[in-house]
Design a protein around this ligand. Structure first.
Ligand code: FES
Ligand code: FE2
Length: 380
C-alpha cells in the first residue's frame, strides 16, 4: 500500500474515532431474503456469476513451481490450473478425453505430466495428449492432437490467478481488478508461501460467507468473548473498486498512533484488510500473513468453502508449521463457532418465510456494495 494512502487511512480512522463514528452510506439498503433462498435465483447466479465471470482460482503462491496444480471444481466444468515448465500458468478442463475420468484432485505437484488414473492416458503440462499406454492401435484412427484438454481462459498477475469457466473470452486482468492491482502489488503477494487450505461445507447460502466479513458492527455483540477486546466495532474503513471492495476492520492498538508523528503511521499493524474479489472470494491481510476464502454454491443452502493461509516465509520447520496452523485454527474457530451458526439459523428461518427482506444499515456500506454489485452483474 502506498505510504500516503496508508497514512491517510489512519487519519480517516482517528477522525471517526473521536466520536466513535462510522463512515455512513447515503441510505439503508433493503436486501431481498429470496436472494438467499430461491433456487431460481441461485440458477441465475450460477449461470452469470460462476460461469461467465472471471473467478479467483487462487494465488500465484498456490502453484509456485513447474508442475504444481490446483483444481477448481465448485461449479460448472471441473478445471485444473497448472504451472508449466516455462513458468506459465494454464487452465484446462480437468476431464480425461478418453472416457471422462477426473484427472487431478485437490492440489499438488504433477511433476512432468498428468496421468489419468483410469487407463493412464498421459498429458503434458500444456494439456497435450502425449501417450496412450497399453492401447496399441486401438485409437489409430483418431489424431492425438485432437484429444488435448480444452483450454480455459486464465490470467495471472499481482499474485492472483483468475479463470473464466465456461467461456472462451480472454481475461483482461487490470479491467477485472478495477484499480486494485497496484495496491495488491505493494504486498508482494507472489512471494508468499501457501501453508494450508481447509475445505469445508457450510449449510447456508454462499453469500453469507462473504457477508460475515463485511461489517465490524457485530463485533461488540457476537464476538464479545473472543475478538471484541482487540477490535473496534466502529470506524471500519470502506472503499469500493468496481464490484470489489476493501474493508478495513481496525484494532484497538491503533490509538497508540495518536501521539506519534504522522509520517510514522501505518494502518497495516492495526487493521485487518478485507478485499472482496467479487463474486466469491475474499482475500484478507492480517498483520503478518494472508488468508483466502473462496466459496462455491452446492445448493441454495449448501456451500463449499476453501479457507487458506499464506505466510511471508516458507514454513520449513515444524515450529513454523505449528505457528501458522494455529492461526488457521483460530480463524476457523471464531468463524465456525460464532459467525456461521448465526448464518445457519438465518438461512433456515429465511427459508421458512420469517422475513421478506433484510435491512443493511448506513454503517454497513460494504454489505450494501457487495449485494448491489451482484445485482448489477446479474442484470448485465
Ligand atoms: S478415462 Fe482417462 S485414460 Fe481412460
Ligand atoms: Fe464475525
Amino acid at each position: 500500500m502506498d505510504r500516503d494512502a496508508d497514512i491517510g487511512l489512519v487519519r480517516r480512522f482517528l477522525a471517526l474515532h473521536e466520536t466513535r463514528a462510522d463512515e455512513l452510506a447515503p441510505a439503508t439498503y433493503r436486501q431481498p431474503a429470496a436472494d438467499y433462498t430461491s433456487a431460481e435465483h441461485l440458477e441465475r447466479e450460477r449461470r452469470t456469476l460462476f460461469r461467465g465471470t472471471p473467478l479467483l482460482a487462487g494465488l500465484s503462491a498456490d502453484i509456485p513451481e513447474a508442475g504444481d496444480y490446483l483444481t477448481v471444481s465448485g461449479d460448472g466444468a471441473p478445471i485444473v490450473v497448472v504451472r508449466g515448465d516455462d513458468g506459465v500458468v494454464r487452465a484446462m478442463v480437468n476431464t480425461c478425453r478418453h472416457r471422462g475420468a477426473r484427472l487431478l484432485e485437490g492440489r499438488g505437484r504433477a511433476s512432468r505430466c498428468i496421468v489419468c488414473p483410469y487407463h493412464s492416458w498421459t498429458y503434458d503440462l500444456t494439456g497435450r495428449l502425449t501417450a496412450q499406454p497399453g492401447a496399441g492401435d486401438a485409437f489409430a484412427d483418431v489424431d492425438r492432437h485432437d484429444l488435448g484438454l480444452p483450454p480455459v481462459p486464465i490470467a495471472e498477475g499481482h499474485g492472483l490467478i483468475f479463470v473464466r469457466p465456461d467461456s472462451d473470452e480472454p481475461i483482461d486482468l487490470d479491467a477485472v481488478l478495477c484499480g486494485l492491482g497496484p495496491e495488491l502489488d505493494g504486498y508482494k503477494l507472489a512471494s508468499y508461501h501457501h501453508v494450508e487450505t481447509r475445505t469445508h461445507v457450510q449449510v447456508f447460502n454462499w453469500k453469507f460467507v462473504i457477508d460475515t466479513f463485511l461489517e465490524a458492527y457485530h463485533i461488540f455483540s457476537l464476538h464479545k468473548q473472543s475478538i471484541a477486546p482487540q477490535y473496534f466495532s466502529t470506524g471500519a474503513l470502506f472503499d469500493p473498486y468496481g464490484p470489489h471492495s476493501r474493508l478495513i476492520g481496525v484494532r484497538r492498538s491503533i490509538v497508540e498512533l495518536a501521539g506519534q508523528p504522522e509520517d510514522s503511521w501505518s494502518i497495516l499493524p492495526h487493521g485487518t484488510v478485507h478485499y472482496v474479489l467479487a463474486p466469491n472470494a475474499l482475500l484478507v491481510h492480517q498483520l503478518d500473513h494472508f488468508e483466502l476464502w473462496r466459496v462455491f454454491p452446492l445448493a441454495v443452502d449448501r456451500t463449499l468453502v476453501h479457507t487458506g493461509l499464506y505466510a511471508p516465509a516458507a514454513p520449513d520447520d515444524e515450529r513454523a508449521q505449528r505457528h501458522w496452523r494455529k492461526n488457521l485454527d483460530l480463524l476457523l474457530q471464531v468463524t465456525t463457532t460464532e459467525d456461521f451458526p448465526q448464518c445457519e439459523r438465518i438461512q433456515a428461518d429465511l427459508a421458512a418465510g420469517a422475513l421478506d427482506e433484510l435491512v443493511f444499515g448506513r454503517n454497513e456500506p460494504a454489505l450494501a456494495h457487495f449485494h448491489r454489485s451482484l445485482s448489477a452483474l446479474l442484470s448485465d
